[in-house]
Every structure is written in C-alpha cells, then in structure tokens.
Design a protein around this ligand. Structure first.
Ligand code: GAL
Length: 671
C-alpha cells in the first residue's frame, strides 16, 4: 500500500506495564513523539489480557490504548493474538497443542506452536478476530491488521493427518494416481487407500522419511494448510473492515511456507529483518544477504512496496554471540530497507520488558524509559532521515533483471538424493547470483516460477531443479521473444511431481544442451575454466553435458572433463539462453552475468561500483528516479557517477564523484 510518509515505529506491549500504566503509558507517548515514531504495533501477544478466561473478554485496556494512540497522533497496527495462547486454552482444549514428527504431543509453553487443524483453536481464533474487527475495524487509529506473528506450521496430530489425506485426495483424485506420482512401487510402498498415508517423520527414521515425493507433498500441504488458516484469520477482518489492509510478518527464506502464495493473499507484505552485523569486513556479506532478503520479500508481494515490520535498534539477545552494532548501523539498515522497497522502518520493540526471554533484547527504550541512550539517539536519526527522503515513499522498483527463487525447488532440493545430499545450497546459490548481479550494478527483482516474465529483459534461474507446470514453456517463449535466459547445473531434473522425465527433458530445446552426468566434490577438489582472459575456479558441483545446438563459450580445463562445455550459449528465436554447468564463486558470477547482460543491452544502474558498494533504484508515479548507493564497507568509498543527481538525504548535488561515508547509504534523485 502506498504511503505518503514512511511508517516509523515498533512493536509495543503496553499490557506488560498494566500495573504501572499511569506513569509508563503517558511516558511512552511522550517518548514516541520525541523519537519521531508514528506507528505502534499492538496486541501481538495479548490474548491472556483480551480473554483472561474462556469466553470472558476484556477490551477495556485495548480501548484505552487505541484511544491513547489516536489522541497522540499515532497509528496502530493491530495484531490478531494467535501467535501465542494463554495457558487456560491448552488446559481446557488440549487439541490446540501440536504433535511433533515423532507423534509426541507438545505440552503448553513457548509460542508459535498451535495446531491449525484444531477445531477449538480455529473457533477461538475466529471468535477473537471477529470481536477485534467489530470493535476496532473503524477505530480512527487503526492503520493495518497484523495477522498472528511469524507463522510457521508442522503438526502431525491425527487431525492434521486427516487434513493431509483430504488434501492428497484433492490433488491426486485416486490413490493409484498418488502411487504413480510418488513412484510408490519402489520398496512396495503402494498405498491402497488415502487413509494409509501418514505425514513423513523426517528427519526421524521412525516412519517414512526417505521418499522425496512424499516429503515434497507434505511440505506443499503444510504450506497450503497454513495459507488457509491465514484466510480463516482474515475472514472477519475483511468482513468488518474491508478498507483496512492486512499483512502478516514473514521471515525471508523460512522453509516452511511458500511465501509467494501467502504474499498473494495479503494486501501488503511485511517482514522481520535481523541481520547479525559483526562490525568488521563480514558486514559486506551480511549486507548482501540482507539485500537478497529484502528483494525476495518484495517479490512475494508482487514487487509492491513492503514494510519492514521488525528490526533491532541495538543488539539482539537470541544469537549465540550478541554483537553490538556500531554507531550508524541502525541508520544503514533502515535506509537499506527503503532502498529495496520498504515503506517503513519498524523495530522490535518500543520498551523492553523487565523479564521474559527478551528482557535484554535491543529496544528503543530500556525498561526505565530513559532516552539518554545511543539506541534512542539513533532511532531519532532514522526519523530525521526518513523525513528528509519522504518523497520516496510509495515509489516502486523497475528492474530489468528477474532472479528466480522458488519454494517448490527448495523443497525438492532439500529432499533430493543426489550431489550433496541434504546440503544442496539452493538458497546460497541463488543469493550468490543476487550478490553477483548487485556487484555488477544491477537492481534485482526476485520472482517464482509462476510469476509474469513480461516486465523483464533477463531471467536468471539458478538450480531450477524442479520445473513447475508450464514454466519451461513460458521461459522458452520469453527467450523466443528476445529475452535473455540464464540457467545452471541441476536445472530441470524433475517435473512438478518430482519425477524424472521419460521424454526429452523440457529445458533441452531451450538450452541446446543435454545433461549427461552430475558430479559433487568435497572441499579442496577443484577444476577451472577460462573466461575473459582469466582463470576461474570451479568447486563443489560440476555437470557434464553434450551440446545439442548450443555453442560452448568456455570449457573445463582439467581432469576427465577437459574440453567439455562449462559455459554455453544457445540462440532461441529472437533471444538467447546461457547455461553455467558448474559452481563458481560470486566474483566469477559477477564477471559472467555482468558481461552477458551488458553485451546484450541490459544496462546496470551504475557501472563499475567499488567493491562493497551496491546500487538500488525506486521510481515515483511521475517517473522520478531515486538512486540509493549503499557502502557496506566499514570504511569510506568513492563512486563515479556520470549523471547529475541531487542528494535527498543531505543538501547538495552529486555528480562526477561521490564520496560515501563508511557504512552509509546515499539517497539521490536524478537532477
Ligand atoms: C521476532 C519476533 C518478535 C521478537 C523478535 C526478537 O522474530 O517476531 O516477537 O521475538 O523476534 O528478535
């Protein structure tokens, strides 16, 4: 949803301070204003206060909080409290507790662990959300619904088994079809009825854990089941307040949910960003990973502006080693989110609690509410920076390069019995391509296999091991129409059902290459190839292939691979398809992808960025171009900028050369 100003705020848990509310709440309001905070997320873990006993509701305190926020000019992002339940619920309705993969029931505790099939839980959630929506749907402070918190799901109780079987019936129709789709004649695993199919016990050996097809189906079911639960939560919200957008806070590459599917069900995607900055040269890589995650999250929302729902204004407390981010880091991580499409900077949390496992987690205010702290000052700096670049809010990205990251591929690779079993490095490989594209000066959209390819000039699809229905055809049509396609080793091995092909694999015509063998190595073993006058090392994975129409741009140099193609090029209609047959370092990918894209007229945002500096762009509705130069080095850098730009984050113009302070982001507008 387009904002006219950036949201700047935090998770706020006023109910934790109920007994001190007369002093603490008014102080919170004053502090919020001092910190330039304009939004607070409330109610996320409030169930015990909203419904202290079954059927006994008390909204009086939340009425007070919502009115107080409104009086103080603050917006409320109001949560549904399903992320954590009060103890009475588990005691009275044990079905709300999950069962683990070894069929052991959970006992009450922690959070994010409810059974989404439980009729009791579903009823209680619907009742609660209905009351919240009826009561606050038209409250003037209400800005957005925040559904639950960091959803995850994997429950193996008898009800979830039933739901899985129902889902299988819908998908496969007949048990015979399921058996064929999972190749169940193997080891005599043919089922004679859907009621025999149980969830895999992976990773435990207790039951089924080895079948890739069965595991994949379970992951798909869990993801769909959760997406349905999300819709169940949304129903009353959308019914009683259709004008209020709905979000749920995501966790970047969390493996349990196809976030593209979940994102399509939301009005705005939001996510929780916790980079673990190290205050040394590793921050460059951490910054690159964070860029990847922002771009992925934007992708799950269809490339619209998203919200950074949580980030830490200091050190987190849940890591093994909780390193303090040095001065300026909060500003960097905040502008970084904006650079990649966020219309908000929000933190966890506003005021730290006195106890509980997060008592020492970074926050805007410590429990005593003092403001003479670095965290508070840095949050004020962020507020000022967001105000100075306010016109950027609502602008969108327009990148010519799409990178494919697909949860179905990830699941298939997680259970693939080949190469580096259980460690195929899909996420790392896609991120490495993302980092390479950024190093080469490109902004990147991340899409899944079902996304529209037409806005792009190039589609980069590393390790697209599983081909979802129709993707190969759409990718081929994209190339025929003049697009540039790039694929790697371990692409197109299996179909939608995770079965190998009995006819010519669908990518063969597109790539002009037949995959023959796949080799995996452990550490230390290498091969190499020559490209643009340099020798590039190859490690971990190498594929042997035969040319079927493509030409080899580079070949393996060593061992029995010598002379076999490693980088190939195939003309397809008006376009081209390249393949890279082996795993290489990000630096090599930068040279390869940057070279191929530029050669084929896909221009980067900025040419020749210094090491550790990346660029991102957003575009206003009137076409105004905003450029973000991110210096992830812990020292200053100088960047050549041919055109003339105005600096938005401080006064002055920029052009020729721009000096970027250590670990800083410059925000520019085309002059
Ligand atoms: C998030 C979670 C918050 C808080 C935070 C601490 O993952 O949504 O409730 O626990 O972590 O870093």
């Amino acid at each position: 949803m387009a904002e006219t100003f950036f949201l700047h705020g935090a998770d706020y848990n006023p109910e934790q301070w109920m007994k001190l509310k007369d002093t603490v709440w008014p102080e919170d309001m004053r502090r919020a204003k001092e910190a330039g905070v304009n939004v607070l997320s409330v109610g996320i873990f409030s169930w015990a206060f909203l419904e202290p006993e079954d059927g006994v509701y008390d909204f009086s305190w939340l009425d007070e909080v919502m009115d107080m926020l409104h009086r103080n000019g603050l917006k409320a992002i109001l949560a549904t409290p399903s992320g954590s339940r009060p103890p009475w619920m588990a005691q009275k309705y044990p079905s709300v507790l999950r069962m683990d993969n070894e069929r052991k029931p959970y006992v009450y505790g922690a959070r994010h662990n409810a059974c989404y099939s439980s009729p009791d839980f579903r009823r209680k959630v619907t009742e609660m959300n209905t009351r919240l929506a009826q009561r606050y749907g038209n409250h003037p402070a209400l800005h957005m619904w925040h559904v639950s918190n960091e959803y995850n799901y994997d429950c193996h109780c008898p009800r979830c088994q039933k739901a899985f079987q129902e889902w299988l019936k819908q998908r496969y129709g007949t048990i015979d079809n399921l058996n064929d789709s999972w190749w169940n004649t193997f080891w005599s695993h043919r089922f004679s009825g859907f009621e025999q199919v149980e969830s895999p016990t992976t990773p435990s050996f207790l039951g089924e854990w080895e079948s890739p097809n069965h595991n994949l189906a379970w992951r798909r079911f869990c993801s769909d089941h959760l997406a349905d639960f999300f819709l169940l939560e949304c129903e009353p919200l959308r019914k009683y307040s259709p004008h209020i957008p709905v979000t749920a806070n995501l966790m970047h590459t969390f493996p349990g949910i196809d976030y593209f599917e979940l994102g399509r069900r939301m009005d705005t995607v939001s996510w929780d960003n916790y980079p673990r900055w190290k205050n040394d040269e590793r921050d460059r890589d951490i910054s690159a990973w964070t860029d990847f995650r922002h771009d992925l999250m934007r992708g799950t929302g269809g490339q619209k502006p998203f919200l950074m729902m949580e980030s830490c204004p200091g050190a987190v407390n849940w890591d093994d080693v909780n390193t303090l981010p040095p001065p300026g880091t909060v500003l960097y991580q905040s502008l970084q989110a904006v650079a990649h499409g966020s219309d908000s900077v929000q933190y966890f949390q506003f005021r730290a609690g006195r106890g509980g496992s997060e008592q020492f987690h970074g926050s805007i205010l410590p429990p005593d509410g003092s403001t003479d702290t670095r965290a508070f000052r840095e949050v004020c700096d962020v507020a000022a920076a967001l105000e100075s670049i306010r016109e950027v809010c609502g602008s969108v990205t327009r990148n010519p390069v799409a990178l494919v990251y697909d949860w179905h591929v990830r699941w298939a690779l997680d259970y693939a019995w080949t190469a580096h079993r259980f460690h195929q490095k899909y996420e790392e490989t896609v991120q490495s391509h993302h980092a390479a594209l950024q190093r080469a000066g490109y902004g990147v959209d991340i899409i899944d296999q079902t996304s529209d390819l037409s806005p792009y000039k190039a589609v980069i699809a590393p390790m697209v091991f599983l081909l979802r229905e129709g993707f190969a055809e759409r990718l081929t049509a994209f190339a025929r129409e003049g697009g540039l396609v790039y694929l790697t080793y371990m692409s197109g091995y299996v179909d939608e059902e995770d079965l190998r092909f009995v006819t010519t694999p669908p990518l063969e015509a597109l790539t002009g290459v037949r995959t023959d063998e796949l080799d995996a190595w452990d550490k230390g073993r290498e091969n190499c190839f020559l490209w643009q006058g340099r020798e590039w090392p190859i490690h971990e994975v190498a594929q042997l292939c035969t040319l079927k129409g493509a030409e080899a741009l580079a070949v393996y140099e060593n061992q029995f691979y010598k002379g076999l193609p490693v980088l190939t090029r195939n003309p397809v209609g008006k376009g081209l398809c390249f393949t890279l047959q082996a795993r290489v370092e990000t630096g090599c990918l930068t040279a390869v992808l940057g070279g191929l894209l530029q050669e084929h007229g896909v221009e980067p945002l900025v040419k020749e960025l210094p090491a550790g500096v990346t660029a991102a762009a957003r575009y206003g509705a009137d076409g105004t171009e905003y450029l973000f130069l991110q210096n992830a080095n812990r020292e200053a850098a100088v960047c050549a900028l041919p055109d003339s730009w105005v600096r938005l984050d401080r006064t002055g113009t920029a052009g020729g050369e721009i000096r970027l302070d250590a670990f800083s982001i410059a925000v520019l507008k085309r002059g």
